[in-house]
Write a protein that binds this ligand. Structure first.
Ligand code: 7X1
Length: 367
């Protein structure tokens, strides 16, 4: 079970209990990658026991800061130090014996998921998108089982590594509603800072935060993934969002989003929180799509392949590729003209067009 470190008389005691002090001489700060009101985030490296250097992210706290932000810094590290899950950002340790204080985390080379999605708009397959969502589902199930309510699940608070593994991060709001740093004005300030468009109605209205309200946020997060980080509810202001939700409006399926995935979002957005699925149930559904992608037409992983075939006016052959075990354009490089003939593509002109398309794909990939 997660222990709320703010219940400790002194945050220093929680730090000793939940984190490891790191010898600052093992750390090397290489590059500034983020800046906030109270400090900075660097890409760095940490020398391990065998002398090997490991990439790390290091958050520093400004020297001339307030006792309140010092306390928050220690509490954030004490929260993160309690988690041990492959889909929750991992704390390596802290530096609190010397100034500036530092929080040292595993390094996530692709940064925040919202920026990554925007930079890769249309370039990720449904399988990749659903696998990312599944990772976050696993992280959220772990947090719910630890009795920890996140309160701010959103693509901006998920980090992604070089293998496209997504990890839940940013435990600021869950701990202290008053101090959340604002990004793009997401946090309404009446009675605490709440990210209205990601938050369940019972939490925005009555502050009833729970794992079920985290499930609502997961639904919005899934919508962000499938829309490549479009802004939920577009340019509506927070009042309109709340009013429309109360009137029963729900976000429509993003462009090209399979119906089954939108159905899952809709389950997460049930007004009655007891009717929403648990993270265990959500993960089972996501797993079903990952393991048996073509089952019951729930989710069509060959979407990217069809789009590519459409682009070369050969969409009628999508099923030939799927039947031969191909689902994504990037898998096509080893195909020979003879294979196409064998699958039953009888027109030589069409075979040539497809082979030319595959060659162009390869050329694009090689830069
Ligand atoms: C701001 O970018 C990154 C932040 C990372 C991060 N942040 C983080 C902490 O670092 C130390 O203590 C922390 C506590 C909370 C959080 Cl959220 N943690 C881990 N890895 C991070 C990686 C970040 O960016 C990597 C580079 C992204 N890159 C992508 C391509 C375009 C340029 C930026």
């Amino acid at each position: 079970m997660y222990v709320d470190p703010s219940n400790y008389d002194k945050p220093e005691d929680a730090i000793v209990e939940f984190t490891a002090e790191i010898d600052a001489s093992l750390l090397y700060l290489e590059m500034l990658i983020g800046k906030g009101e109270f400090g900075e985030v660097y890409k760095g490296s940490m020398t391990g026991a065998l002398g090997k250097k490991h990439p790390v992210a290091v958050k520093t706290l400004k020297k001339d800061t307030t006792p309140k932000s010092e306390r928050d810094f220690l509490l954030e590290a004490s929260v993160m130090g309690q988690f041990d899950c492959p889909n929750v950002l991992k704390l390596k340790g802290v530096v609190t014996k010397y100034r500036p204080w530092m929080i040292v985390m595993e390094f996530m080379s692709n940064g925040s998921l919202d920026n990554f999605l925007k930079a890769n708009d249309g370039r990720l397959s449904h399988l990749e998108l659903i696998s990312m969502a599944k990772g976050v589902g696993v992280g959220m199930k772990y947090l719910a089982e630890m009795n920890f309510v996140h309160r701010d699940l959103a693509a901006r608070n998920v980090l992604i590594d070089g293998n496209l593994v997504c990890k839940v991060s940013d435990f600021g709001l869950s701990r202290e509603l008053e101090e959340k740093e604002s990004s793009r004005g997401e946090y309404a300030t009446t009675g605490g800072k709440i990210p209205i468009r990601w938050t369940a109605p019972e939490a925005t209205k009555y502050r009833k935060f729970s794992s079920a309200s985290d499930v609502w946020s997961f639904g919005i997060f899934l919508w962000e993934i499938m829309s490549f980080a479009e802004r939920p509810y577009w340019d509506w202001d927070n009042f309109k969002v709340m009013e429309e939700i109360d009137n029963g409006f729900r976000l429509p399926a993003p462009l090209n989003c399979p119906k089954g995935v939108h159905d899952l979002m809709m389950k997460c957005w049930k007004t009655e929180r007891v009717e929403r699925p648990s993270f265990t149930e959500i993960n089972k559904i996501l797993d079903g799509w990952i393991e048996k992608p073509t089952m019951e037409g729930d989710i069509d992983l060959s979407y990217a392949l069809r789009s590519w075939l459409e682009s070369i006016k050969m969409a009628e052959y999508t099923e030939y590729f799927v039947a031969a075990g191909y689902q994504r354009p990037r898998e096509l490089h080893s195909i020979k003209e003879g294979d196409l003939k064998e699958w039953g593509i009888t027109l030589v002109g069409h075979r040539n067009k497809i082979m030319k398309g595959i060659k162009n794909l390869q050329a694009k990939k090689n830069g």
